[in-house]
Design a protein around this ligand. Structure first.
Ligand code: FAD
Ligand code: NAI
Length: 475
């Protein structure tokens, strides 16, 4: 049996980053991953690189360019004859990006001397040397031993009861990213992050999109001003059709189409669609891991129970990323990975959950960090608000991207920034200023006094900071 200082289960952003950092620190490392791509080939990088963050952003970009060429170019005085889509090419561009990045992980493993093992890992037990794992690939099983183990097995899409994913009619994220033709009528269940991003892609490429949501409003956990602006833009500009307060009834799938029966306020309704994406959240991958054999607990939702340092009930085992509590985000998994490995190496580490940014890559993008106005009200924290629209910013006008605003929430007494919420162009890039500011416990006055380049979108953040004190200059 081979022995390693550290064995990592899962090669997503949690697992592969942990493996590289551990190798940098001189540990002997094995990383076990079972993912196979559409060609039935092992592919490192987990959900994020293969069927999540990366391919979705590739299709979002392609579809946005298609929308821009049809609707925005004319404002710039540029006319083109009717644009068309070559979906096969769009998909192969996406796949090339995925292959480059997943191949990049394999290269980094080689470079850092990480032993990469393909197969399904499960716990067998413990001996004096450490934790014993069985790795199964096809019919063969080998056992390996890790003095320490990190579980980074990620998550998978939650299916509706009695409606399994077939990725022909009923699609999960993998199916939604791999369509080979644009469905005429696309149904989406769940208006969360995946529903909105995938809805944007296929709407811009020509589908009629209907999104059925159980909650009574859009993005209930997002700051209410941002969610209201987003709903306005998604319905008016993008022409997404939402149904809220939906109670699903029978869903029948046949070769031609899918009929979804549902109720809103006891009124029966139905839609018929050609494809259905089910995006109602994700569940942690802990099935067939046999956690009980090494004394680690799994909660009622399937998450591995960990303390604030990601350590499980077994002191030799840690768990990170989507398989544990906290937001299911790639950058959260990566930061936990580094923190755990450095802690194993004897360093003192910490991940600040209060400054993890969120981004929704619709057009315009939505990004935020810290508290929402609703959370501050519930906590009874006194705060001041500064808001500034992109419509009053020269760079946004030049870009023809004037929708949205920046909203800053600052403590009423200390002026410390408690949250920043952006809906607008390049919000994913702009939000980093807020993350840095909050990490350094900056006040809105600090941002107000920092020089921001002109003309730039970041001036909207500057003006929003000035607006906290009622002294925005360009409005
Ligand atoms: P994963 O990336 O899920 O990796 C886990 C790996 O472990 C997988 O390869 C899995 O096959 C393997 N595995 C599981 N069980 C075993 C086992 N027993 N033995 C061996 N291997 C095993 N997040 C963002 O931050 N930004 C985004 O833009 C974003 N976009 C997304 C878009 C979509 C469509 C989806 C679905 C997700 C998106 N996410 C995004 C979320 C992000 O993908 C996850 O938060 C992230 O991948 C979690 O990383 P992880 O390492 O915990 O798990
Ligand atoms: P989600 O949790 O974001 O949204 C699920 C939505 O489905 C919710 O609005 C919920 O109310 C609704 N819902 C649940 N059950 C329902 C039912 N029976 N009928 C109708 N609606 C129902 O989950 P989603 O979109 O599947 O994404 C999973 C996770 O993946 C995200 O939470 C996020 O962590 C990650 N992700 C991150 C992205 C990013 O960072 N840009 C992009 C995509 C995914």
């Amino acid at each position: 049996m081979k022995n390693f200082d550290l064995v990592i289960i899962g090669a997503g952003p949690g697992g592969y980053i942990a493996a590289i950092r551990a190798a940098q620190l001189g540990m002997s490392v094995a990383c076990i991953d079972k993912f196979v791509n559409q060609d039935n080939k092992p592919s490192l990088g987990g959900t994020c690189l293969n069927i999540g963050c990366i391919p979705s952003k590739a299709l979002l970009e392609s579809s946005e360019l298609f929308a821009k060429i049809q609707h925005d170019f004319i404002d710039h005085g540029i006319s083109v004859s009717k644009p068309t889509i070559d979906l096969e090419k769009m998909q192969s561009r996406k796949q090339k990006i995925v292959n480059d990045l997943t191949g990049g992980v394999a290269y980094l493993f080689k470079k850092n001397k990480v032993t990469s093992i393909h197969g399904h890992a499960s716990f067998v037990g413990e001996n004096d040397s450490g934790i014993i794992l069985a790795v199964t690939h096809h019919e063969s099983t080998e056992e390996i031993c890790g003095e320490k183990v990190i579980v980074a097995t990620g998550s998978m899409p939650r299916a509706l009861p009695h409606l399994p994913f077939d990725n022909i009619s009923v699609l999960d994220n993998e199916g939604a990213l791999s369509l080979t033709s644009v469905p005429k009528r696309l149904g989406i269940i769940g208006s969360g992050v995946i529903g909105l991003e995938m809805g944007s892609v296929w709407k811009r490429l020509g589908s009629q999109v209907t999104i059925l949501e159980a909650q009574s409003s859009l993005l209930a956990s997002v700051d209410k001003d941002i969610a209201a602006e987003a709903l306005k833009i998604y319905t008016k500009d993008l022409d997404l059709h939402f149904e809220f307060s939906v109670k699903l009834g029978d869903i029948s799938v046949n070769a031609k189409d899918i009929t979804i029966h549902y109720h809103i306020d006891d009124i029966p309704k139905k839609i018929v669609v050609d494809k259905l994406i089910v995006s109602i959240g994700r569940v942690p991958n802990t099935h067939n891991l046999h956690c009980e054999k090494v004394g680690i607990a799994v909660d009622e939702k399937g998450f591995i129970a960990v303390d604030s340092h990601c350590q499980t009930a077994n002191p030799k085992i840690w768990a990170i990323g989507d398989v544990v509590r906290g937001p299911m985000l790639a950058h959260k998994a990566e930061e936990e990975a580094v923190a755990v490995v450095e802690a194993i190496n004897g360093q003192s580490t910490h991940v600040n959950f209060n400054t993890i940014p969120w981004v929704i890559y619709t057009s315009p993008e939505i990004a935020w960090v810290g508290k929402t106005e609703q959370q501050l009200q519930t906590e009874k924290t006194l705060y001041r608000v500064g808001k500034f629209p992109f419509a009053a910013n020269g760079r946004a006008k030049g870009l023809n991207e004037t929708r949205g605003f920046v909203k800053i929430l600052a403590d009423h007494h200390t002026d410390e920034i408690l949250g920043m919420h952006i809906i607008g162009p390049f919000a994913s890039e702009l939000i980093t200023e807020a993350v840095v500011a909050m990490e350094f416990k900056a006040s809105s006055e600090d941002i107000a006094r920092i020089v921001h380049a002109h003309p730039s979108l970041s001036e909207v953040i500057h003006e929003a900071a000035l607006a906290v004190d009622g002294r925005a200059l360009n409005m």
